[in-house]
Ligand binder design. Structure first.
Ligand code: SF4
Length: 335
């Protein structure tokens, strides 16, 4: 076990975890909501430090990050656990294992070894993904520091529920993030995810202001978050930060405890994309319907810049971060 960062010691051997916005008050011998942080004798420990449960070489497009080193590979890791309990979690076997099965599994991999494997496999970044990186913060931070020294980018794929303090600590090593903004209402966050919406929006704002490259994903679930007004609200929120933030609207399929909803239709996604573009976002992409709405076009002259199918980049015409036709700057990292 590794002593946790970002917590307060309180009276009667209680602790307050300040890692995510649940800010759990944890009595001696108890765990936080995520079930991967335990209070022993008034000291808070991480139960997942260095215990990987997933380790893969992925295209960075799978995160999805479309404006970060297009066509590159990202060494993608995760431990068990999550601070959300989304009813439709695609990775519930590992994210919810500590809660659903009261167990934590994983193989020991040191931070140095993660970085070595990432370099050896030709990756140019490390993605902290699949589950929620915030809950393995101490491990991610140690990996990220070494990754930065080794010239690799660090990428979070996150629900955005970390505290401001957590971001202050991590951001010097964080290059990019894909943040889920799951819906436009607090009600959705409460009922479907067991969390609140505002802290997620705050994280998106803060990451952007700290210079982290941010892309945002909204998984559109029929009947739950697909009304045009709500989607418009999300688009306007992103626009209020920057029109350069790419927005990924992706298709739901029945999963875990949300089996009573149909798949998202291609026409719903198409409409969401058009709505985002009409609001003024420069880049809106469809996800989970390969071959549709995945290309990057110049927002000024419409030239096709990056052509993709699924997670594959077929063609990249961006020249030093600019459109080769009209010279428009295309924002991102390593474009
Ligand atoms: S990370 Fe979040 S859910 Fe886990 S103990 Fe800390 S405050 Fe609670």
């Amino acid at each position: 076990m590794k002593e946790a960062l970002l917590y307060d010691k309180l009276e009667d051997q209680k602790v307050r975890c300040n890692l995510c916005n649940h800010r759990c008050l944890i009595g001696e011998g108890k765990k936080g909501l995520c079930q991967v942080r335990v209070n022993q004798g008034g000291t808070l420990y991480s139960l997942v430090y260095g215990k990987l449960v997933a380790e893969n070489v992925d295209p960075i497009e799978k995160k999805p990050l479309f404006h970060v080193q297009p066509g590159s590979r990202s060494y993608s890791i995760a431990t068990c656990g999550c601070n959300f309990r989304c009813l439709h979690c695609q990775n519930h076997e590992i994210s919810q294992m500590p809660r659903d099965e009261s167990r934590i599994i994983g193989w020991e991999v040191s931070p140095r070894e993660v970085v070595r494997k990432a370099k050896a496999s030709g990756c140019t970044s490390i993605s902290y993904t699949y589950t929620e990186p915030t809950i393995y913060f101490e491990y991610a931070l140690d990996v990220a520091k070494l990754a930065r020294e080794a010239g690799l980018l660090n990428v979070f794929v996150t629900n955005g529920y970390m505290t401001s303090e957590a971001l202050d600590t991590f951001h010097p090593y964080l290059d990019a993030a894909n943040v889920d903004l799951k819906a436009a209402t607090d009600d959705f966050y409460k009922k479907i995810c067991g969390a609140r919406m505002e802290p997620v929006k705050e994280s998106i704002r803060k990451m952007f202001s700290l210079g982290v490259w941010v892309e945002v994903t909204t998984l559109i679930i029929p009947g739950l978050n697909d009304d045009p007004e709500g989607l418009r609200e999300i688009a306007r929120f992103l626009l209020s930060i920057s029109p350069d933030i790419p927005w990924h609207v992706s298709a739901f399929h029945p999963m875990y405890r949300l089996m009573d909803r149909p798949r998202t239709s291609a026409s719903t996604l198409r409409r969401a994309r058009e709505l985002g573009l009409a609001e003024g976002l420069k880049y809106v992409y469809c996800g989970n319907i390969p071959g549709e709405g995945e290309d990057t076009h110049c927002p000024r002259c419409g030239t096709s810049l990056i052509r993709r199918i699924g997670f594959r980049v077929l063609e990249n015409n961006v020249k030093d971060g600019h459109c080769p036709e009209c010279g428009e700057a295309i924002q991102g990292l390593g474009l």
